[in-house]
Unconditional design. Structure first.
Length: 194
């Protein structure tokens, strides 16, 4: 029974992506900033790999002429967007001070002005700003997809228990399935282009 439910979810994800109008789709890259990469103040596990996956996703959207939004958390040291996904002049950059990119910014107004209905999200950290953005976008009524291998997080600890980054990442994605279609970039790319 569980296999059947998973298969139905996968099939509906594919049909959902195929039904999207590309010009109503935007890519939002969340907090892919220097402080999360090697040598930064808050190094994430596999930040470089996730950044490179995000770069490929970004290039796909650029090649298709689709809307791209970069979100960055306003901070002092190391807050630049990482060179792996450095914004072009015509790409919107939103600075936020909250975990949720929609709070205190013009993100929703910008998306609505471009008649966006489907948001593709990737970024850092999976369990914080990415998760908050995904939940908010879904609550606003957008269809949301998350490219899981273009996201990264870190080990967490609570009450003396260390939770490895991989478990943090996958448990977050597991809960986000109620809000978004979750898939690897290769699968997303194949379905989005067909």
């Amino acid at each position: 029974m569980r296999t059947v439910i998973i298969l139905i979810a996968i099939i509906s994800s594919f049909s959902y992506l195929n039904a999207q109008e590309p010009d109503k789709t935007a890519l939002i890259l969340i907090d892919i900033q220097d402080f999360y990469f090697e040598g930064g103040a808050v190094e994430l596990v596999n930040a470089q790999v996730a950044g490179e996956q995000a770069q490929m996703l970004l290039q796909l959207f650029r090649d298709m002429g689709l809307l791209v939004v970069h979100v960055k958390h306003k901070a002092s040291k190391g807050s630049d967007i990482n060179k792996v996904v450095w914004p072009l002049e015509n790409e919107k950059v939103i600075e936020k001070t909250e975990v949720n990119a929609f709070i205190g910014t013009d993100l929703k107004e910008y998306l609505d002005a471009h008649q966006i209905e489907h948001i593709v999200m990737a970024g850092m950290q999976t369990h914080m700003c990415l998760e908050a953005g995904v939940r908010a976008a879904a609550d606003f009524g957008y269809k949301v997809s998350v490219v899981e291998d273009a996201c990264a997080t870190r080990d967490l600890s609570y009450n003396g228990v260390v939770i490895p980054a991989e478990q943090v990442h996958f448990s977050t994605l597991s809960t986000l399935r109620s809000y978004a279609h979750i898939m690897k970039q290769e699968v997303f790319r194949e379905k989005f282009l067909n």
